[in-house]
Every structure is written in C-alpha cells, then in structure tokens.
Design a protein around this ligand. Structure first.
Ligand SMILES: Cc1cc2nc3c(=O)[nH]c(=O)nc-3n(C[C@H](O)[C@H](O)[C@H](O)COP(=O)(O)OP(=O)(O)OC[C@H]3O[C@@H](n4cnc5c(N)ncnc54)[C@H](O)[C@@H]3O)c2cc1C
Length: 417
C-alpha cells in the first residue's frame, strides 16, 4: 500500500475502511541469516537498511514487547546534528541527511519538522564553548549561527532574559534541527522492512544467546529456539542484560530519563529551546502539547518511571526560563531507560564473539541517531567492516582509553553525560 494525499482523501470520504495492517504478524522460522534483538528505532532501521542497501531479507527482528513500545516511542523527538567532536560530528551529520530524505524513502509521514533548535547560553564561558561547537558544525558542513541576546529576543521574546541567576547571553541556532513524530519513525521503518521480506516478531523475548566454539549460532526466546548466522544486539536500556546473556560486561549503566507534556495549547513555541544550564528543554507538538524534559534521575534503574524530586527540578527550571509556563497544566509524565556509556558516545561494533554485533550507548540522544545508526549497523553486519561515519564507535576504546569521545568533558561517569 502506497500513501499519497489522494489516498488519504479517498479513504477519508469512504469511512477509512480500506486501510490494511502495515506489517505482517509472522510466526518465527527455525533459522535466519540474521537476527536483530530489539524492535526499537535502531533495530527496525537496521533491518530496513539490511534489506534495502544490502539485499539481505532472510532477517528477523525479535521484540519482547510491541514495536515502538520502548524509548523510540517515549522520547521528546528532537533531531539535530550539533555535535563537536570528530567521530560524533560526521555520524550525526550523516544521520540528519537521512532524516531529510526519510519520508520519501519510507513513503511514510514521520512529521519531520525542521523548526530549528536554539541552545541558550548564560555566561561568557558557555558562549565561547558554543562558538567552538558552532565552528565544528560548520566545518562538518552543517549549519550553525551564534546569536546575540537581541537576536534571541527576536525569536523567543517570552523568555526571562534578565533572570538574576541565568541572564541570557545569546544562543547557538541550528536551523536544520527540529522534531519528528517518534512512533511514526518506528512504524515507517517497520513497514519498510516488512515490505522487503523481513519478519517482525513481537512478544518474543530473547532469554539466551547460543555460542559454539566462539561463534554465535542462534538465540533462545520465549517463542522457541531460533538459529542464526549473525545476531545484532540493539536493545538500548537493556543492553547490559542482553549482552550478559553472551557473557559480556558492557561499559554501560541504565538510568531513567523523564519527560512531560502539557494540555494542548494554541501554537506559542515554534522551535526547540534548550536551557542546558538549568536542565530544561521544550518544544510544542503538532497537537498543541508543550513537550519538555530535563536531566536524568541520577540513579541507575531499570524502572521506566521517574521520581518526584526530578519533576520538581524540571518544573523549577521551566519557571526560571519562561514564567508564563506556570499557567499550563501538566497532562502526563513518563520515563524511559537510557543506555548511558562512560564517555556519552555510542558503540556500533563487533564483539569478541564471531557473528555477534553490538549497538548501544545512545544515552538520551539516540532518537536523532535512528537512521544513521540503522544504516551503519546494517553496513557492519552485512559487510563485516565499519561504515565510515560510525567508524570511531568502537567498543575497545573503553579498555584502551584510545578514541574516547567525551563530548561534554564530564569524565568517566555515566550519569553526567
Ligand atoms: C524521556 C526521553 C526523552 C528522550 N529525548 C530524546 C530526544 O529528544 N532526542 C533524541 O535524539 N533522543 C532522545 N531520547 C533517547 C532515545 O529515545 C533513545 O536513545 C533511543 O530511542 C534508543 O534506541 P531504540 O529506539 O532502539 O530503543 P528502544 O525503543 O528502547 O528499543 C529497544 C527495544 O529492545 C527491546 N528489548 C529489550 N530487551 C529485549 C530482549 N531480551 N528480547 C527482545 N527485545 C528486547 C525493548 O522492548 C525495546 O523495544 C529520549 C529518551 C527518553 C526516555
């Protein structure tokens, strides 16, 4: 089924009775060439690009819950390419380009909206750091503009510019950044993979990884044993647990990140605003809800829910930056489990076990990475060599100390990145 404006109109006029399910619900086969563990954004994009770019379709994605039920459907949907370090810079740049062509590539409305991202600065030092970052972004070929306080005021006049503690010194503007509809991205990749013959198997938890003579041979699941020549682990917050099934210990801790949405309001915030100093960022969804969040809850946990002190902290930061937000009512809040690496950068690599591949460590920034990660991970699995833009996401950097990509300069503490 192809989507088009005409089709939507025709279905709307005929009671929407002609839509068909977007993907099949196949029973698992006894054997596949490639098994992907995890049906989040990264797993589904990997399966899609394995089929599309490499012609590999004897592939299964095994998801313990339902597609899109993990972080890919829980995030605050920000898409950007504003990284400063070599290694990250080229990867996120490639990923943003894939975002820009995604709706055509998938024939699916992912509601990609390049409404621009504004990172505010509140001291001379922070402005200098943003100038450096902006230069790195431009060197990479992406857009960045350092704004004066007056230019910021023109864009977002409702902020508290003269706040005693956090006066606004300016901002870094990234016009090609923005938001996309999170679960539509999962659905779009799922549909595209399914159309090319990939089996998407839901309610299928991987409980064991079979290894013989140093080589992966398959997985044990709640729906039986599945043999596979190659297995990719892409389970975000559960990375430590699933890698543990293969006897691996990862440099990853799982932490909770919360987000909030207000009641629907008339359009009032037309870009993404980030207040890093106070731990707060916000955008407005197409439905009108203010979507916002802050920092991690600061303790390791596998519970996909957060605590009240962090909610209070986020609300305080919101009131500090934009006092007018106090009039809005919070509709709901939720949490997701973040796979925090010690340097804040991800891992896309082979493991010490032949045929077993690893994709994790996305911290709280893996939504924007979905297309780039899927593309690069598919390349690695299909060709057994790294895809250039992701070539520095090596696992051994944590044991050798070489190639560490500490974007924020916070040192080796998971919950500070
Ligand atoms: C509140 C919040 C806000 C965020 N905001 C942003 C943002 O604005 N921008 C951004 O870029 N990123 C953001 N992120 C981060 C981003 O959502 C994640 O980094 C990214 O979604 C993780 O990759 P994924 O989509 O593959 O993960 P997931 O969707 O979590 O996919 C992993 C899947 O693996 C499955 N799984 C786990 N164990 C097993 C098993 N044993 N067997 C089978 N399946 C298994 C899970 O059920 C899950 O569906 C945010 C995250 C949260 C929680």
């Amino acid at each position: 089924m192809r989507f088009s404006g005409l089709k939507v109109l025709a279905q709307g006029l005929t009671g929407n009775r002609g839509w068909r399910p977007h993907w099949r619900d196949p029973a698992p086969k006894p054997e596949y060439d490639i098994v992907i563990i995890g049906g989040g954004g990264h797993g589904l994009a990997t399966a899609f690009y394995l089929a599309k770019e490499h012609g590999l379709t004897n592939v299964a994605v095994l998801e313990k819950g339902y597609l899109g039920g993990g972080n890919v459907g829980r995030n605050t949907t920000i898409v950007r390419a504003n990284y400063g370090l070599p290694g990250n810079s080229e990867f996120y740049s490639h990923s943003l380009k894939l975002w820009e062509g995604m709706e055509q590539e998938l024939n699916f409305n992912t509601m990609m909206s390049q409404r621009g991202i504004l990172n505010l600065c509140h001291s001379d030092g922070q402005r200098d750091a943003f100038a450096r970052r902006g230069n790195a972004m431009r060197n990479q070929g992406d857009d960045a503009e350092l704004l004066t306080p007056e230019q910021v005021r023109d864009k977002v006049p409702y902020l508290d510019f003269d706040n005693g503690r956090f006066p606004i010194y300016g901002g870094l503007w990234h016009a090609r950044g923005g938001t996309a509809r999170h679960d539509a991205v999962a659905w779009g990749y799922a549909r595209g993979a399914d159309q090319r013959g990939v089996d998407l198997i839901q309610n299928c938890e991987v409980a064991g990884i079979d290894i013989e003579a140093g080589r992966v041979t398959g997985v044990q699941t709640t729906r039986g044993e599945i043999r596979a020549k190659k297995v990719g682990i892409v389970v975000a917050g559960r990375s430590g647990q699933v890698a543990g099934l293969a006897g691996m210990r990862l440099p990853i801790e799982s932490h909770v990140l919360q987000a909030f949405v207000s009641e629907g309001l008339k359009p009032c915030i037309d870009n993404v605003i980030s207040f890093g100093m106070g731990h707060f960022y916000i955008s407005q969804s197409d439905k009108g809800g203010l979507v916002f969040g802050g920092d991690l809850d600061f303790y390791a946990s596998y519970a996909a829910r957060g605590n009240l002190p962090m909610q209070e902290h986020v609300m305080e930061a919101a009131m500090t930056l934009m006092p007018m937000i106090g009039k809005a009512r919070v509709l709901r809040s939720w949490g997701g489990i973040m796979d925090m690496s010690t340097d804040g950068s991800p891992i896309i690599d082979k493991t010490g076990i032949e045929g077993l591949y690893l994709n994790c460590g996305w911290c709280y920034g893996g939504f924007k990475a979905v297309p780039g990660s899927g593309f690069s991970f598919a390349h690695l699995i299909a060709q057994d060599r790294h895809h250039d833009p992701a070539a520095q996401f090596r696992l051994d950097r944590f044991s050798t100390g070489r190639g560490i990509m500490d974007e924020e300069g916070t040192g080796a503490q998971h919950n500070l990145h």
